[in-house]
Design a protein around this ligand. Structure first.
Ligand code: FMN
Length: 246
């Protein structure tokens, strides 16, 4: 190798190494979000962490499915006492938790056209807005602050939203289902929100919690309050709390 070629080779090598170091540094420069495991009994008004692993759901209860169906009612008045992380975790699992696998595809508690799962769940807690990640059974914070009053305003001032321990917002990304079913995918995604909502109702009944599925709100207003992407169309708001009356 001539001196010239040798120098060219070494310059190239130095360039590749420094590029690699820079890429690596930029990856590590991103602050690593710590995933926190909280006590299952912690009340939801105390939760402020960015990344929370939810407690494992239980598969047994003292209430039969028939009793839960018979007792299901829309409950809008709640006690002041906040619900626990364990109860919230159970509700989220009932709504969209992973319950099976076919090949590489994970299947969830509620049915989905073509197993395309257009539903995304958000949780409005007293200290922020969280996104539910079914595969990891985890909550990830997307916005801080107590936005319950703002969300109630976006829903014609329905005060049960403000007075609940927390609210679950069922949204759908229509495009996910439309990729296979065209326009009909919109209908499928909306139907799926109904399945998810009923699971929440029945699980709430089984846990002694109260909820109601709220459909009266401004879609864009809700998106703005939560700070969620435009393609996540809000379909239901479901407040949760210990019911004042049974
Ligand atoms: C599509 C839909 C939208 C609804 N929107 C609201 C709402 O905005 N606010 C509310 O308080 N209840 C709402 N509800 C709950 C109904 O008022 C309730 O289901 C009905 O009164 C029957 O009572 P039950 O659920 O206790 O059987 C809605 C229900 C459905 C199915």
């Amino acid at each position: 190798m001539t001196m010239y070629r040798k120098r060219k080779f070494l310059t190239g090598l130095a360039f590749i190494i420094s590029f690699g170091v820079l890429v690596n540094l930029s990856v590590y420069a991103e602050p690593l979000k710590k995933v926190i495991q909280l006590e299952p009994a912690v009340k939801v008004d105390q939760i402020k962490e960015d990344n929370i692993v939810l407690p494992k759901p239980r598969l047994k209860s003292n209430l039969s499915i028939e009793e839960a169906i018979a007792r299901r009612r829309s409950r809008r008045l709640y006690k002041k006492e906040p619900i626990t992380l364990k109860e919230l975790s159970q509700i989220l699992w009932a709504a969209q938790g992973i319950t099976g696998q076919v090949g590489g595809f994970k299947l969830r508690t509620a049915p989905s056209a073509g197993a395309l799962y257009p539903i995304e769940l958000y949780v409005l807690l007293p200290k922020g807005v969280y996104h539910y990640l079914p595969e990891e059974h985890k909550l990830e914070k997307i916005k801080g602050g107590d936005l319950r009053s703002d969300l109630a305003e976006a829903a014609l001032g329905q005060q049960w939203i403000r007075e609940a321990s927390c609210n679950i917002i069922i949204t759908a990304v229509y495009e996910r289902t439309m990729a296979k079913y065209g326009k009909r995918g919109i209908k499928y995604a909306i139907l799926e929100a109904g399945h998810v909502s009923e699971n929440i109702y029945l699980q709430a009944e089984s846990l002694g919690l109260g909820t109601v599925n709220i459909g009266a709100f401004g879609d864009v207003q809700v998106q703005k309050v939560l700070g969620i992407p435009k393609d996540n169309r809000p379909l239901y708001i479901m407040p949760l709390g210990y019911p004042l009356h049974r």
